[in-house]
Structure formats: C-alpha cells, structure tokens
Design a protein around this ligand. Structure first.
Ligand SMILES: NC(=O)c1ccc[n+]([C@@H]2O[C@H](COP(=O)([O-])OP(=O)(O)OC[C@H]3O[C@@H](n4cnc5c(N)ncnc54)[C@H](O)[C@@H]3O)[C@@H](O)[C@H]2O)c1
Length: 437
C-alpha cells in the first residue's frame, strides 16, 4: 500500500513509521518545515522511545520519507491519513477542526485517483460526514471513501501500542465506497492480525464516538481514584491499598488507578471538553464527565497548595524544586501538563521554582519562563525548602536521599506520584507527604 500521512506530530510520525515498518510505502507530510528538515537530517522532532531507530531503519529501506509537499504525496497514495491536531477551540472548548478541514481541502485539490481518506485525528461525531462533503464538493470526479480510524497510542509507549494495540477501530459507511475502504484498511493493518490484534468494524459515527468515550472513561477512572485519595487523607486510609483492593476485581481492573496531581496531556483535557460540547449540542448531557472535568481542573491548583502548605507558615520567598514537568514520563510533551498549574500556583504565592525534567525543559521554557531550569534533580534541589515530585520519571525513583538532603535548605518532600515509601524517606530525615496516604 502507498500511504500519505498528513501531519507528522506525535501520532502521524509514529503511525507513519510503524506502517512503513509493516512494509507499506509511507510519505509523512507536515507544514512545519523545521520538523521535516529535522526528519530529513535524521533528527527526531519529538522524544519517543525507539522512534529514532525505527525511522532510520525504514528510511534506509526506502519505505519512509518526509516532505512539506502534500500534493504529490496524495496523488500517489492508495490511502491518505489525516493526523493533524484537533486542539480545544479558544473560547468554547469545542474541538478546533480547522486543521482537519484545511487538510481535507488540500487533499481534495490533489486527489487524482480512487482514494481512501482516513481520519486518525480525534474528531467529534459527524466530522467524517463533513470531510466527505468537502471532498465530494471539491473533487466530484474522484472516487473517495472516508473512514474513521481513531488512534489509541500512549505517548512514551507509542510504538509498542501501535504495533500491539488492544484493538483497531475502523468506522466506514455502507454506501460511498465503504466496502472498498474496508478492504484497504484490512490490507493496511494485515500484519497486526498475525499477533491477534482485534479489529472492530463499526459505523463511522460510532467509531468517532468510541475514541471520546474511551478517553472520557479513562479520565473518569483517574479522577475517581483522586477523589478517593482525598477521602483517604481525611479518614486515615491508604489509597494505594484501596487501588489494589479494588483493582484486583477484574470488572474494575488495576490500571489508571494511581492517585496523583490530576490528568493532563494533549488528549484527556481537550477530549473530555469536546465530548461535553458534543453532548450539549445533541441535547444529551453527560453529567459524569462534566463533574470529572471540574474536579480535575481544581485538583491541579489544589496540588500546588499542598506543596505550598509543606513549606510552613511563611512560604513567600522560599524555593521549591519541581522534579518532572511533562504530563507523564517518557515524553517531551508539555501540553496541559499539571506541572504548569502547580508551578503557577507556587509562583502566585511568591515561591521560587527550580525545575528539572529529563526531556520536557525545552518545551517548558516557553510556557513557564519564571522557573529556573536545572541540569538534574540534585541541582534543582540546591538551596530548596522542599522538593516536589510531579512526574514519575524513572530517574526520580531511586534518588540518593542523603545527597538530596545535603543539597537542600530544608528536607521536605512532597511526592505527588506516590513513588516513595514513607518509611524510607522519613528514615533519611525528610518530612514526607504524598497523595492519599
Ligand atoms: N498525542 C497523542 O498521544 C494522541 C493519541 C491519540 C490520538 N491523538 C490525536 O491525534 C491528532 C494529532 O495529535 P498529535 O499529538 O500528533 O498532534 P501534533 O500537534 O503533535 O501534530 C500535528 C501536526 O500536524 C501538522 N499539520 C497541521 N495541519 C497540517 C496540514 N494541513 N498539512 C500538513 N501538516 C499539518 C502540524 O504542523 C503538526 O506537526 C489529534 O487529533 C490528537 O487528539 C493524539
């Protein structure tokens, strides 16, 4: 198969590299010339474990290339994937579909032969209908089928997720070339059937909704355990034992039951908001997701206040070392990271922030210019009155607590990811607080 991937960000680049690794010929397109220049020079524009070698291998095999020119890539393709961003629209929280529709218009202008256009971007119900309308209007003579194929990869484990997905969801419409589109999608994902990955064929609108329902459910699970963590603190229980105690029930499952500073990242915040807007538009409110969004929003600053409280009665002028800035480990993605709200609430209280993150600092500098950026955890801790673990990078799991203490002005640790045992930290002479225990 010949594939054009429109948008070469976290999803497009990983998907394109994996498809080429399956043996397909893939051209990754992006408007951002700097990204394409970097890729053509063998440099990755994002941090994702294993991506550099996967890209290098498939470029060398002649199956993967990068360009800013959409038209030739589309003209040659059997399938065109749209993997552009769908951020929250300023003002109302709806998904901003302007990038999707602009890419669609460009595809229509370049389409020259029968084509399957696949939305991999997370898009609200009905977007596929609109993409199809634009294509019909602008390329009436070309046979084009529009498919929804949402992506479920997790940053930090993206390649493994893509190659061993829990499921592949493909939404087609019965008329409108749907049967041919199904065959093309089956051919594209055929290598995954060998490792028994289930493929779920649905209607297009159903497929679009599956992605939002999945993210909203996961966000709900996280928010649920975060509220249980608060209750644990109030009643003197341990949230990690509660998580274990409920997670061993197969109907509940152990994943996404880690209490912490609230969910962030490039997906859950915007996707929960967009789902609420869809529900509102269709007069079918989802109150549980509404509550999740509100609870999560307040939680991030609440975690900032928790850190401030650990500084004692006079926080103003004191210093906190923030360890970890990205919304989760093994990515450089800073979009909607809880660290931003936490740092801001510290700064608002007159607290100085010294920060270290293994991969996220370049992106963080523009978003959080007031912080001092350091080269490792110990430098961040130098002279600090408290250290707060915000992202559970492996590099923070086995800190030399004695060295850390020697560097600090006061030995205080706020572990917002529950990665330390209280006894070990207290034995090293720290005042320790965590989440829900
Ligand atoms: N990041 C994730 O973990 C993840 C997971 C699943 C789904 N998604 C969804 O996938 C979509 C993409 O997310 P992302 O994180 O990869 O975004 P991203 O911002 O990293 O990448 C999008 C890219 O598209 C490019 N682009 C925009 N318009 C273009 C056009 N007309 N032609 C060519 N390139 C264009 C941008 O320059 C950018 O590089 C979103 O809808 C997101 O919700 C993301």
């Amino acid at each position: 198969m010949r594939i054009a991937m429109i948008g070469s960000g976290y999803v497009g680049l990983v998907s394109g590299a994996c498809f080429s690794d399956f043996g397909h010929h893939v051209v990754c397109v992006d408007k951002a010339a700097a990204k394409i220049d970097a890729l053509n020079a063998g440099r990755m524009p994002i941090y994702e474990p294993g991506l550099d070698s996967l890209v290098a291998k498939n470029v060398a095999a002649g199956r993967l290339s990068f360009t800013t020119e959409l038209a030739p890539a589309v003209a040659d393709a059997d399938a065109v994937f749209i993997a552009v961003g769908t951020p929250s629209r300023r003002g109302d929280g709806h998904a901003d579909l302007s990038y999707v529709f602009a890419a669609t218009a460009e595809i229509a202008a370049a389409a020259a032969r029968p084509l399957v256009v696949v939305t991999k971007s997370t898009v609200p119900v009905g977007t596929g209908d609109e993409v199809e309308r634009i294509l019909r209007e602008r390329a009436p003579d070309v046979e084009i089928a529009v498919v929804s194929n949402p992506e479920f990869l997790r940053e930090g484990a993206a390649i493994d997720d893509f190659k061993r997905p829990d499921r592949i969801v493909v939404g087609t419409e019965p008329g409108n070339g749907g049967a041919r589109a199904k065959e093309v999608m089956q051919e594209i994902y055929r290598p995954l059937f060998l490792n028994q990955s289930p493929i779920l064929f649905t209607g297009r609108r159903t497929s679009e909704l599956i992605k939002y329902a999945a993210n909203a459910f996961l966000a709900t699970k996280i928010t649920f355990i975060n509220e249980i963590a608060d209750l644990c603190e109030a009643v003197g229980a341990d949230v990690q034992d509660v998580s274990r105690g409920i997670g061993l029930d197969n109907r509940i499952g152990a994943k996404f039951l880690h209490a912490g500073p609230g969910y962030g990242g490039s997906c859950f915040p915007k996707d929960t908001l967009a789902l609420l807007k869809t529900a509102e538009d269709f007069d079918s409110p989802i109150q549980i997701v509404d509550a999740v969004v509100k609870v999560n929003e307040t939680r991030k600053r609440k975690m900032g206040r928790k850190v401030v409280a650990a500084l004692g009665d006079a926080p103003r002028g004191k210093t906190v070392a923030l360890l970890g800035l990205t919304f989760k480990p093994n990515t450089d993605d800073m979009r909607d990271a809880p660290s931003l709200a936490i740092a801001q609430s510290l700064i608002d209280c007159g607290v100085h922030v010294r920060a270290f993150d293994p991969e996220g600092m370049e992106a963080a500098k523009g978003m959080l210019p007031e912080a001092t950026y350091c080269t490792d955890a110990y430098e961040a801790a130098a002279g600090a009155d408290a250290v707060a673990i915000v992202t559970e990078w492996d590099a923070f799991r086995a800190l030399d607590l004695h060295r850390l203490k020697r560097a600090m002005a006061a030995p205080v640790m706020v572990d917002l990811r529950n990665i330390y045992r209280r006894e070990a930290v207290e034995a090293a002479g720290f005042a320790y607080s965590a989440v829900g225990r």
